[in-house]
Design a protein around this ligand. Structure first.
Ligand SMILES: [Zn+2]
Length: 114
């Protein structure tokens, strides 16, 4: 039974809950996580004879987040792109796993189930 502090012995957890929790723990112990959406922007550099003046422009990658109602964006240098992509993916996976655990507790409260 969960006590009033909300602590729950691991043995009392369902197999599904233990699975979600251990995947979450494993995920968070391996890599960074970062919230945001990756967005490619194209810009011209201003040099009149550069290919970008006539073509599609230079591509730059930004990580965009909304924080307290404000949008912030962070330039992601080329050599950071692959790791940032992994961190963004892992943030989403961690978030999904946390949602799964949250659903279990939603049902516990709804059903007054220990
Ligand atoms: Zn250019």
């Amino acid at each position: 039974m969960a006590d009033k502090t909300g602590d729950l012995p691991r043995a009392k957890m369902s197999a599904a809950e233990r699975r979600f929790r251990s995947r979450l723990t494993q995920l968070l112990s391996q890599r960074g996580v970062i919230r945001g959406t990756l967005l490619v922007r194209r810009r011209t550099c201003g040099k009149a004879n550069c290919r970008c003046a006539h073509g599609e422009g230079h591509e730059s990658l930004f990580l965009v987040i909304s924080e307290n109602g404000r949008t912030r964006q962070l330039f992601v240098p080329k050599d950071w792109e692959s790791r940032v992509r992994l961190w963004v993916e892992d943030y989403h996976r961690a978030r999904e796993l946390l949602e799964e655990v949250s659903r279990i507790y939603w049902d516990k409260v709804r059903q007054r189930q220990d």
